[in-house]
Design a protein around this ligand. Structure first.
Ligand SMILES: Nc1nc2c(c(=O)[nH]1)N[C@H]1C(S)=C(S)[C@@H](COP(=O)(O)OP(=O)(O)OC[C@H]3O[C@@H](n4cnc5c(N)ncnc54)[C@H](O)[C@@H]3O)O[C@H]1N2
Ligand code: MOO
Length: 404
């Protein structure tokens, strides 16, 4: 097992070991926040027929008409109907937005640009052939590749599938992620707090982050610092695709998680990553399943979740893109404690004068959960950087899950 490795190396190791979950077929109505496991091609043209984008009159423009042009209205075509009546020279069809252009017509004049008198319309200014006609297949051609395997189904993407008639789609199953909170000091909410105990917040923070990532969470909210209890909890995680634990990750006598993982049969990849907060993370692999042991400190757990677990989780969930979003930010304030270790500072993004400024959360301790409220950035301060100065430009990760 390696000790104290760089984040990039840690990420490479976990990503290499991560295989996407299996597929399932679902109806489009359940597609939100799912990841496509198939390429999607258009089975039809969209729009499926030449159509009018306006309420008006369809007729045959030649470009040679004398103006004003008088036309006789011979049919009416509301959306959802069609007319086979051919429009001849001197004729027009009353047509509505979304209705198919009738045979013979090649343009649509806006209602507002006509004068109607009985079954006659008068047009003062001529149109060209093709004007105000949306062509069949103008947006999508039959057979065209619309979405690729690994695409995360956003609402417009689901709408696009509906537009071309997809009903059943193959997606990756929702990853089942085990969540263990270890610590003999922990209590769940809903009961009066006993002396020397604290409420378990990690379970709720990480549950939300996992739900946000489309996972099913299988949780054991409180596991004691005893190896037997920890092993028993790990046994209960048999039906999961990945396991995340918090607590018991450091150097104390009760920090047993990595030993428990090794005893459970994991091949341990590493212990400790060169970043703060969250140094004490370790990762093991058993079969195809990754076990992440994160620090119990709430901010440390959340930061290592974002930087290390989330990319692996995205790969597990079938996403084609794993990386966090990076952005250059200008520091709105300084940070005196530049240390030997690489640091990730929690900060609020402020958009000012075309730049993104990072306004640091007031407390940056590993235990300060509150520092994430209102923050969307993790500013990356390199190892041995020295103090961070206001106005300095640094790289940051954009944390979507913290946005509010
Ligand atoms: N001698 C040393 N001591 C510590 C070191 C070190 O290098 N040498 N590192 C410190 C740092 S930094 C961190 S971070 C922590 C990591 O500790 P653990 O991962 O073993 O976590 P715990 O000791 O179990 O808990 C740390 C802290 O967080 C609270 N906690 C734990 N679980 C939860 C939870 N589910 N919800 C809310 N809060 C939780 C726990 O009560 C502790 O206060 O080690 C330092 N020590
Ligand atoms: O692991 Mo602690 O979070 O190093 O700061």
């Amino acid at each position: 097992m390696k000790v104290m490795i760089e984040l990039e190396e840690a990420k490479e190791m976990v990503l290499k070991a991560t295989k996407p979950v299996e597929h399932e077929i679902i109806s489009l109505v359940n597609a939100f926040q799912r990841v496509l496991a198939q390429d999607i091609s258009a089975p039809m043209d969209m729009p499926p027929f030449d159509r009018s984008p306006l309420d008006g009159y369809a007729y045959q423009a030649t470009g040679l008409e004398d103006m004003p042009l008088l036309l006789r209205v011979v049919s009416e075509i509301p959306a959802g109907t069609f007319s086979e009546r051919r429009i001849m020279t001197g004729e027009a069809a009353r047509i509505y937005t979304g209705a198919p252009i009738p045979p013979g017509a090649n343009c649509v004049i806006r209602q507002e640009d006509t004068e109607r008198d009985g079954d006659q319309i008068k047009i003062a200014r001529p149109l060209m052939a093709g004007q105000n006609v949306v062509r069949r297949g103008e947006e999508i051609k039959e057979g065209e590749l619309l979405l690729k395997q690994g695409f995360y189904l956003t609402p417009p993407a689901i709408g696009l599938l509906a537009a071309v008639g997809w009903d059943q789609i193959t997606v990756y199953k929702r990853p089942r992620v085990g969540l263990l909170s270890t610590g003999s000091e922990l209590m769940d909410v809903g009961q009066p707090l006993l002396p020397s105990k604290i409420y378990n917040s990690n379970n709720y923070t990480l549950r939300g982050m996992l739900q946000n990532a489309g996972c099913e969470v299988i949780s054991i909210p409180i596991v004691s610092d005893q190896i037997e209890d920890t092993l028993a909890a790990l046994e209960k995680m048999a039906d999961t695709d990945m396991v995340i634990s918090t607590g018991g990750a450091s150097v104390g006598n009760f920090d047993i998680m990595r030993h428990a993982l090794a005893q459970f049969g994991c091949e341990m990849f590493f212990w400790k990553v060169n970043l703060k907060p969250g140094t004490a993370a370790s990762v093991g692999l058993k079969g195809q399943k990754l076990f992440f042991s994160l620090s119990g400190n709430p901010a440390a757990a959340a930061v290592t979740y974002e930087l290390l677990v989330r990319p692996a989780l995205r790969k597990l969930a079938g996403h084609s893109c794993f990386e966090n979003k990076g952005i250059l930010v200008k520091m709105a304030n300084g940070f005196a404690k530049g240390g030997r270790q690489r640091r990730f500072l929690r900060a609020r993004a402020v958009f000012k004068d075309g730049e993104v400024w990072a306004d640091l959360a007031s407390a940056q301790g590993s235990g300060v959960l509150r520092s994430m409220i209102g923050s969307q950035l993790l500013v990356d301060v390199p190892a041995n950087h020295g103090p961070v100065n206001p106005g300095e430009i640094l790289q940051a990760n954009w944390i979507e899950a913290w946005e509010n």
